[in-house]
Design a protein around this ligand. Structure first.
Ligand SMILES: C[S@@+](CC[C@H](N)C(=O)[O-])C[C@H]1O[C@@H](n2cnc3c(N)ncnc32)[C@H](O)[C@@H]1O
Length: 342
């Protein structure tokens, strides 16, 4: 038998200068090795494949009032961008619990964070829905924490990977689950959903003005993949303005994603549990990305002040600076709200 090391596999040749497909962007997927390439991608206003640029970091950290030694929760760990900044701000002696439902990205994030100086003594990752936050704290004998942070919705890794089925720009299975081990895929949900239920989802989850006619055209149908679904949406609205068509596709994908992941019921449960999970004087900061989320957060924090559970909340939402919007267009829709426990 030959003792020779196996020859490395040749990298595939691309027809253009650079790889176009998400999975072929091997340099972007390996920022530790190809930092310069990744920096160039970020400077051009794009998010490198397989990563996520944390949004409004300084504003979030400031709203949380972080200090060394604090204990708190990042309810939406994602790529760990905010978590890493939080860990730096609460060290030494701080402790962060990071939650996420995504079984595919979470191990990668854990490995990345384990490569930093923050070990088991100051960071714990828990694969859980943030709706169950109170139970997670009770299991750890924590009566309340100093801060809770949430950055709602999906990560760029989830949106950009065609295999996850969130993108209407690239072909992939019509899945859209943040946790593919639970619930039903978007394709299965659409195949069974009634016209009335789909219309309600389009209204409530995306303020879709053509909710009824779109629901009539789409409910109960089977779509083989993301592109077929996007095509059916464009066919159903019959408007010539391309911007309106693309906005509609975006809104319908958003509404279906929220339904499939039951995002609003999880958010409502999380918002209800917040006051009991915070110490007196503890702070919560939440980033939202569309009106359905922002309305819920705003109303819950205001109701908390009215009921004496929160001492104060922000007057209006904070938004990303023009510079951040230019560098990371995904920050344009972000709204940050905060409150302080009474
Ligand atoms: C916008 S990303 C967070 C990005 C993160 N702040 C960063 O800097 O990398 C949102 C993350 O929250 C997770 N998520 C969404 N809904 C959740 C829920 N109900 N419970 C726990 N995690 C959730 C998603 O899987 C995703 O990874």
């Amino acid at each position: 038998m030959s003792e020779e090391a196996p020859r490395p596999r040749r990298r595939k040749r691309y027809s253009g200068k650079n790889p176009r497909r998400f999975e072929d962007k091997y340099k972007e997927h390996d920022p530790a090795r190809y930092g310069e390439t990744v920096a160039k991608v970020i400077a051009s206003g794009k998010t490198p494949a397989g990563s996520h640029l944390p949004i409004m970091v300084a504003e979030c950290l400031n709203a949380l009032g972080l200090e060394p030694g604090m204990t708190g929760v990042d309810a939406t760990l994602g790529y760990g961008g905010h978590a890493l900044r939080i860990l730096r701000a609460i060290s030494p002696n701080g402790k962060l619990i990071g939650l996420d439902v995504d079984p595919l990205e979470m191990p990668k994030t854990l490995a990345r964070l384990r490569n930093t100086r923050f070990g088991d003594d100051c960071f714990e990752a828990v694969r859980s829905n943030y709706a169950g936050l109170a139970k997670i704290l009770t299991e750890r004998s924590l009566a309340g924490v100093d801060f809770i942070f949430a950055d709602l919705g999906c990560s760029s890794m989830q949106f950009d990977d065609p295999a996850r089925g969130f993108s209407f720009k690239t072909a992939g299975p019509l899945d859209m689950r943040m946790n593919p081990e639970r619930g039903q895929s978007a394709a299965d949900w659409l195949a069974k959903v009634s016209v009335v239920k789909l219309a309600a989802a389009l209204h409530e989850h995306a303020d879709e003005p053509r909710a009824e006619s779109l629901a009539e055209a789409l409910a109960g149908r089977h779509f083989p993949d993301t592109l077929a679904f996007a095509h059916a949406i464009r066919e159903a609205i019959r408007v010539s303005d391309e911007d309106v068509r693309e906005l509609t596709v975006r809104r319908v994908f958003q509404a279906v994603r929220i339904a499939v992941n039951e995002e609003f019921s999880a958010l409502d449960a999380f918002l209800r549990t917040l006051p009991e999970c915070l110490k007196p004087g503890g702070r919560v900061a939440i980033l939202t990305f569309h009106s359905g989320e922002d309305r819920r957060v705003k109303q819950a924090l205001k109701a908390g002040v009215r009921d004496g559970l929160f001492a104060t909340t922000c007057e209006g939402p904070l938004t990303a600076s023009p510079e951040e919007r230019r560098l990371n267009p995904r920050s344009s829709a972000a709204k940050l709200r905060w409150a302080i426990r009474a």
